[in-house]
Design a protein around this ligand. Structure first.
Ligand SMILES: Cc1cc2nc3c(=O)[nH]c(=O)nc-3n(C[C@H](O)[C@H](O)[C@H](O)COP(=O)(O)O)c2cc1C
Length: 203
């Protein structure tokens, strides 16, 4: 693995909750994308946090949050993690880190925009810098198909849909590619930010 064009290696954590493994598959895709863009990547399941995981989160340049959509919002497992960060919110421990997010649901829409918005508000409460998906909508014309990147047409983050009777290995390839793109984008933005901060502090 070589450094990125800026010669730095952003530390990126994928912090996700997955009850049945679908969102875990997407977290791996996000991690893969960030890794290919030159980041040091750690994937953390937020329902099994260790002391070492908290240290990794606190020292990250960027955190990409991922959740399954349960009852039209982030899962209880993700929200329990969010509430555990309350002290950090007050102290500003994650201030000015980069943030982004992805959400998975059983229905095509499934009201997962609400989950993405919740992730965005969570990041804002931590004074983080939210990075959008950075893709136009796919599958929105006669020439489009379900195999398009961003097939479900989200801007705020990566949206994915997995049939409720599918296994973790059956997550849609287009959603995997879209999540990989998100990881790449966050790694690129983080690298730019690190380089810019270094340049401005040297000036
Ligand atoms: C308690 C519960 C609530 C759910 N609520 C929704 C929902 O509001 N919208 C939806 O589309 N799917 C809903 N689902 C389906 C899950 O989002 C879907 O199965 C998803 O792939 C699960 O991801 P996971 O394997 O990472 O937990 C729900 C599933 C459960 C268990």
């Amino acid at each position: 693995m070589t450094d990125n064009a800026f010669g730095n290696r952003p530390a990126i954590v994928i912090a996700y909750h997955s009850g049945f493994g679908h969102t875990a598959t997407l977290a791996s895709a996000v991690a893969d994308g960030a890794h290919t863009e030159g980041a040091d990547v750690t994937t953390v399941a937020v329902d099994t946090m260790t002391d070492a995981d908290w240290v990794t989160l606190d020292s990250a340049d960027a955190i990409i949050f991922g959740t399954a959509t349960y009852m039209g919002n982030v899962s209880a497992g993700f929200q329990a993690f969010a509430e555990q960060t309350g002290r950090r919110c007050i102290t500003g421990a994650w201030r000015d880190k980069v943030a982004a997010g992805f959400a998975n649901s059983g229905a095509k829409s499934g009201d997962k925009l609400t989950a993405l918005i919740s992730l965005t508000v969570f990041a804002a409460q931590h004074h983080m810098h939210w990075v959008s998906l950075g893709l136009g909508p796919g599958w929105n014309s006669a020439a489009g198909s379900e195999h398009d990147l961003n097939r479900l047409g989200f801007w705020l983050g990566a949206g994915a849909q997995t049939d409720v009777d599918a296994g973790p290995e059956d997550v849609h390839p287009a959603d995997i590619a879209t999540c990989r793109h998100l990881g790449q984008r966050v790694a690129a933005v983080s690298a730019q930010l690190i380089a810019g901060r270094a340049a401005s502090s040297a000036a």
